[in-house]
Design a protein around this ligand. Structure first.
Ligand SMILES: [Zn+2]
Length: 231
């Protein structure tokens, strides 16, 4: 016998569907007392403590951190290669796990924090390997992308309209920055080959960004694109 409303299987003794509550009516049915097919009580699902998960995930990150530290430190008497691993683990944790500690993580806050940590990590590597590329290369590039991504995230979050302007503007800004990156690379590393390779990706990015801005301005073109690509 099945419930005519929801289709759930019913025991012969059932007078009403245990799932949807519809009365079981069948004039010729002889009810025999049998055990119901389903438990009479409903047990609410056990709530998993968010703190339990947080501590568990933190342990998953801390354990390898301790292991590499214990492998590295006694052998060399100081932190050598384990510094890179530990830095990478802290970066991963902050970028991926830490936002889940908050009910509604705000990317406007997390994006700059993540970039700042990337900057600190690069500074550490630069210092650890005795490089001279942080101030003239890593810092300006990380800083530029931190600014652009933070601006995009902030604008898309707090300005309701004009997404196309925001993405188009960001694409143009990144495109124009690529030759600056080549210049910084040239000044920092070899000072021999300035090949102008950066102008090709710059052109592509500026064209792409310009196209997005064109779509933002020109309503008929935008509507045509929407129809064509179902967006
Ligand atoms: Zn039912």
């Amino acid at each position: 016998m099945y419930c005519i409303s929801c289709g759930v299987k019913l025991a012969d003794s059932e007078k009403a569907c245990p799932l949807c509550g519809l009365e079981v009516y069948h004039p010729k049915l002889q009810r025999t007392v049998t055990e119901g097919l389903y438990p009479a009580h409903q047990y609410p699902p056990k709530e998993v403590s968010p703190w339990g998960i947080r501590v568990l995930v933190l342990t998953v990150f801390l354990l390898p951190l301790l292991v590499v530290l214990l492998c590295d430190l006694p052998a060399h008497g100081q932190i050598t290669w384990s510094g890179y691993v530990i830095g990478a683990l802290i970066l991963l944790y902050t970028a991926i796990v830490l936002p889940f500690w908050f009910k509604a993580p705000n990317p406007v806050i997390f994006v700059p924090i993540d970039f700042a940590l990337v900057g600190v990590y690069l500074l550490y590597i630069n210092y650890a390997v005795g490089g001279r590329w942080f101030l003239s290369f890593a810092f300006p590039i990380t800083g530029f992308f931190a600014l652009v991504v933070t601006a995009v995230v902030t604008l898309t979050r707090y300005v309701r309209r004009g997404r196309l302007y925001i993405y188009g503007g960001a694409a143009v800004a990144v495109g124009l920055f690529i030759p600056v990156m080549e210049l910084l690379m040239y000044l920092t590393f070899d000072r021999v080959n300035f090949t102008y390779w950066s102008f090709y990706p710059m052109g592509a990015m500026v064209l792409f960004g310009g196209f997005l801005i064109f779509l933002a301005i020109c309503r008929p073109a935008r509507e045509m694109m929407e129809r064509k690509f179902f967006i």
